[in-house]
Design a protein around this ligand. Structure first.
Ligand code: PEP
Length: 250
């Protein structure tokens, strides 16, 4: 049985002081919700603060990105072992990184191998753009991002990863997909690709989230779908009542 999973992606928001204030309040509200895996992904600068503020709330903490190399002349980058010192999760291949920072399926794959080596749990993002959606290319894009992103990863590790289906047209737009449509993409294109690569058992073990304008009012629509294990939440994860309600929607 897959445990429901809700992760908040704060993107480039919150100073250390602001992060502490928000998670201290959230922690009090969600500390007794033991049935849901809860993960906070603040900017690198706030990881230690958020981790410490959440230590009694049984929450995970994750980075929003990392480099695949161990160390070296990569100004501005953060290595996997540096991430591992601070947290256990890492978001890989978010569409904003693909769109603005040149990430490709090949770099996502290198990062995934680095995450495996350092026993980090990756939240691997896949999803089609509006153009691709409108030209009926969702299957092609989502299947190939899944296949190329996971290439060469061991079956044991594949079973532990988290995949987030995030249609780019739904991120930050207020135009969420529907529960049924997101479930179909996850079942037919993501789990079926993982089944091709690793077999049906692994495909069923992998936690697959939906992300894209999830709010307290639409969360239930996604969480009641059989192939959706939870949500990757952007904007709403920065709002105390909203994020607490999403977590409690399970
Ligand atoms: C995201 O950033 O991954 C995301 C899903 O954003 P939002 O919830 O704001 O659409």
């Amino acid at each position: 049985m897959r445990k429901p999973f809700v992760a908040g992606n704060w993107k480039m928001n919150k100073t250390i002081a602001e992060a502490r204030e928000l998670v201290e309040k959230m922690s009090a509200e969600i500390k007794d919700v033991a049935t849901v895996e809860k993960v906070f992904c603040p900017p690198f600068t706030a990881l230690a603060t958020v981790r410490d503020a959440l230590k009694n709330a049984e929450c995970g903490v994750g980075a929003q990105n990392m480099h695949w190399e161990e160390k070296g002349a990569f100004t501005g980058e953060v290595a996997p072992n540096m991430v591992k010192e601070l947290c256990e999760y890492v978001i890989l291949g978010h569409s904003e990184r693909r769109a603005y920072f040149g990430e490709t399926d090949a770099t996502v794959n290198k990062k995934l191998h680095a995450a495996q080596k350092h026993a980090l749990v990756p939240i691997v993002c896949v999803g089609e753009t509006l153009d691709e959606y409108e030209s009926d290319r969702t299957q092609e894009i989502v299947s190939s991002q899944t296949r190329l992103g996971l290439a060469g990863v061991s079956a044991d590790y594949a079973a532990k990863i988290v995949v987030a289906y995030e249609p780019v047209w739904a991120i930050g737009t207020g135009k969420a997909s529907t529960g049924a449509a997101a479930n179909a993409v996850i079942k037919d294109f993501i789990r079926s690709t993982i089944a091709d690569l690793y077999g049906a058992e692994t495909a069923q073990a992998v936690r697959v989230l939906y992300g894209g304008s999830v709010t307290a009012s639409n969360a239930k629509e996604f969480f009641t779908q059989p192939d959706i294990d939870g949500a990757l939440v952007g904007g709403a994860s920065l709002k105390l009542d909203e994020f607490v309600s999403i977590i409690k929607a399970f």
